[in-house]
Ligand binder design. Structure first.
Ligand code: KG4
Length: 336
C-alpha cells in the first residue's frame, strides 16, 4: 500500500511516499530558515512558508518516488499536536489530495509519527516496546503496547527538552535551532564545570521539569555578563547537557522496566543528542534492555514517519473524513 504523507506541524514542510509503513520511496524535507533571526519559530511565518512550499514538495515527493499520483492508495497528514496554523496547511492539502484522488484520508498524531520512524529504521521492530520521545515540543516516556495503543508513564511538566536546548543555546549565542550546535560545543567541555539544578517532581517520580534548569543557565549567563566575568562556554554546554541527560535517562530506563519492556527506542529531534545517546547506551546495557538508536536523519520532523504511522492507523481502521479538524494539543493515547 502506497501512502502519500504530509508533515507541517512546526518549521519543517515535508512530503513523503511510504510503502506498507516501512519502505520510504521519497522523503522531502524543507526546514524553514527564516525563523533564525527571531531566535525561535514565528507561527504566522511558519504557516505562510508551508503554503509556499507544499505544492512543489508534493510534486517532488511523487517524482522522486518514481510513481504517478494515481498509484497513491491513501493520504496521511499530521493532524495534532503542533502550531495550529501550520498543522492546518498540511492537513488541508492532504484532505484535498485525498478527495481529488478518491482515496482514504488518514489523520496522524505527530508524536505517534516520531515513534513510528523506528519502523522505517528497524524493519524487524514490532510493538510492544518502550520509547523515550524527546523533541522540541514534547518530552514523554511512552509504553507502545501496540501500533495504535500508547500509555504515557511520565514526561515533562513544563518545557520540552528541545525547547530548553534552544533557549539555553540562544543565551550562549549559538543561534536557532540550538540543540545541534550546543551538542557540538559540549563535546569539548568538562561536564563538571558548573553545578546546575536537576528538578524532580514530587507528585510523579517519572515526571521531569526543565524550566528551573533553563532559568538557572539564563541567570548564570546574565550574572556573568553583569560582572564582566568570562564563562567557560564548552563547560557550561557540557554541564547543561549532562543535567538534561541525568533527568531523562534514569527515568526512561525505570519506565521501561516498570512497563516490562525489553526493547527501548528513541524518537524526536533531541534523540539526536550525542550525550543522551551515549548515556542511554550504557544504562540500557547495564539493565539488559535492547536499545535501538534511530539514525539522526529520522530523529527530526519528516513526513516519512507520518506515512509509517499512517499505515498502521489505516490498518486499525482509524480513517478520517473531509471534516477532520486539526488540534494544537492532543494526548498521544487518544485517537482521532
Ligand atoms: O523533532 P523535532 O524536529 O521537532 C519537534 O517535533 O519538536 O525536534 C526539534 C528539536 C529542536 O529543539 C532542536 O534544537 C533539537 O530538536 N535538536 C537537538 C539536537 N538536534 C536537534 N537537541 C539536542 N541535541 C541535538 N543534537
Amino acid at each position: 500500500m502506497l501512502i502519500l504523507s504530509f508533515e507541517s506541524s512546526c518549521d519543517e514542510t515535508s512530503v513523503a511516499v511510504v510503502r506498507d509503513g516501512r519502505e520510504v520511496l521519497s522523503n522531502i524535507v524543507r526546514t524553514q530558515t527564516e525563523h533564525a533571526e527571531f531566535g525561535g519559530v514565528v507561527p504566522e511565518l511558519a504557516s505562510r512558508a508551508h503554503i509556499e512550499a507544499i505544492t512543489v514538495l508534493a510534486q517532488k515527493a511523487i517524482s522522486e518516488a518514481g510513481i504517478t499520483i494515481s498509484d497513491i492508495d491513501a493520504v496521511a497528514s499530521t493532524t495534532a499536536p503542533g502550531l495550529i496554523g501550520a498543522v492546518l496547511v498540511g492537513l488541508s492539502f492532504a484532505k484535498a489530495t485525498a478527495f481529488a484522488l478518491n482515496v482514504p484520508f488518514v489523520p496522524v498524531h505527530h508524536v505517534r509519527g516520531h515513534i513510528a520512524a523506528n519502523y522505517i529504521a528497524f524493519p524487524e521492530l514490532k510493538p510492544p516496546f518502550f520509547s523515550l520521545m524527546t523533541s522540541g515540543g514534547n518530552t514523554l516516556f511512552v509504553d507502545v503496547a501496540d501500533y495504535t495503543v500508547f500509555n504515557v508513564l511520565g514526561g515533562t511538566r513544563d518545557d520540552a527538552a528541545g525547547e530548553t536546548f534552544d533557549k539555553v543555546a540562544r543565551v550562549l549565542g549559538l543561534g536557532y535551532p540550538g540543540g545541534a550546535p550546543l551538542d557540538r560545543l559540549a563535546t569539548t567541555g568538562d561536564d563538571h564545570a558548573y553545578k546546575l539544578p536537576q528538578v524532580s517532581v514530587s507528585t510523579g517520580d517519572l515526571d521531569v521539569s526543565f524550566s528551573g534548569l533553563k532559568t538557572a543557565v539564563v541567570n548564570l549567563v546574565h550574572n556573568a555578563e553583569q560582572k564582566g566575568e568570562q564563562l567557560d562556554l564548552p563547560g557550561l554546554a557540557a554541564s547543561f547537557e549532562a543535567a538534561v541527560s541525568d533527568m531523562l535517562v534514569p527515568r526512561a530506563v525505570e519506565a521501561a522496566k516498570r512497563s516490562c519492556r525489553k526493547t527501548m527506542v528513541v524518537a524526536g529531534g533531541v534523540a539526536a543528542n550525542s550525550r543522551i545517546r551515549a548515556d542511554l547506551f550504557r544504562a540500557c546495557e547495564n539493565e539488559g534492555i535492547e536499545l535501538l538508536l534511530l539514525p539522526l536523519s529520522l530523529c527530526g520532523d519528516n513526513a516519512a514517519m507520518i506515512g509509517a504511522q499512517g499505515y498502521y492507523e489505516f490498518l486499525a481502521g482509524n480513517i478520517g473524513d473531509l471534516t477532520q479538524n486539526g488540534y494544537p494539543t492532543m494526548d498521544i493515547s487518544q485517537s482521532f
